[in-house]
Design a protein. Sequence first.
Length: 430
Amino acid sequence: MFCFPIQDKYIKAHALWCAITMLSLTSGYYLYTHLNLTGLITSSGSVLGGDFLAFYTGGNFFNQGILQQIYIMDSSSLFPKQIEFQTSLISKNLTSYAPFINPPFMALVYSPFAKLPYIHALITWQIFNFVILIYSIHLLRQELETLQYFPLYKLIACCFLFYPTLGWFLHAQATPIILLLYTLCYKSLRTNNDFKAGIYLGLLAFKPQLAIALALILIFNRRWRALLGGTLSLACCIGIGFIFVPDAMIAYIKISPQLPDLLRSSNYPTWGIHSFFGFSVLLFDHENSQIANTLIYLCSCITIFLLYKLWRNLDWKQDLKKWDLAIALTLIWGILISPHLYYYDLMLLLLPATIIINSIDAFKTENSKELSWVAITWLVCFLSGFISIIQILLFEKYRISAPIIQLSTPVIFFWGLSIFNSIVKQPSSN
């Protein structure tokens, strides 16, 4: 957002200063911990490459033809075969591991990287994802007029002023792949290529929870061609799994019901989950998990109902500006519905934020509310996790059992609610 001509120079300067401070602090910490490596372990105790270790593990087991063993779970909800491999790869002093819990067909994607030595594979993976991010920006520049006024390098820089983008890089996650699929789906829907949009959406089979909201609006609006495309690509992903690794697919199906429990285990950093699930678990799990579950379902149902109410009264693309905002809202609220949404996945907010900024006419004074929400969300996405960690450490030190407040989820929800109200109150431009 800092490339754009915001009229209030005071606000723009302070927003830019805050973002650069986030970038500097995070980059400085990253460099400090990675300049003091002990083998493949940083001075903070984390593994070099973060979650890429899980992807490398999945690709390696696939290359060895033993992928079904990766899903063997013991009574402690740990994966002993994965721990054994990662310990031998990284260090005998490895104190934590990165479990590969993606569907088996994703191991085919990671397989080429796992044929390289770990360091080379990590570098190649990061370059691959960076290229994907650039391509996503390129596609949006083709589609959204406002972006065409700014050079590509400025738009890339803006992405890295958003803390979750740095989180993707630090954890070597696959978030840019999801962002690309979102972008391709959005662009295809915008250009009336519904079938292609469905194909791209179905490719989210490796993280299907992130496709729920978009799939629902396609159902609400009876976009049958898109739904057909999504069904076909989803079937292809599952079919590829059963063709190449049938035993692993069966093993994965057997352990799938147990995977959500991993997010609530004492070993999992639940503070990093920024969704209705993470918010509710941090708030009420210490008291009663059933209360937390009730809040999760209640928030999700209310959000889906509001989306239904919005799309029911909105003619498909009759007013393109309203349609764009409705898609942006769907993406914003859609990620909150996802149970597992770690802080680097908030990088996906780049797309709806870009759509919203593009819809603002010349950034007039009456649009300052929309820009303020974007700026507040950018700041909270940086602070929220640290605020939760501080609460956890204080409660542990003083042995207090109390609710842990996670700011990001309610802020993101109310950002979406602001857009919802704006769409409802906005007169049609046609």
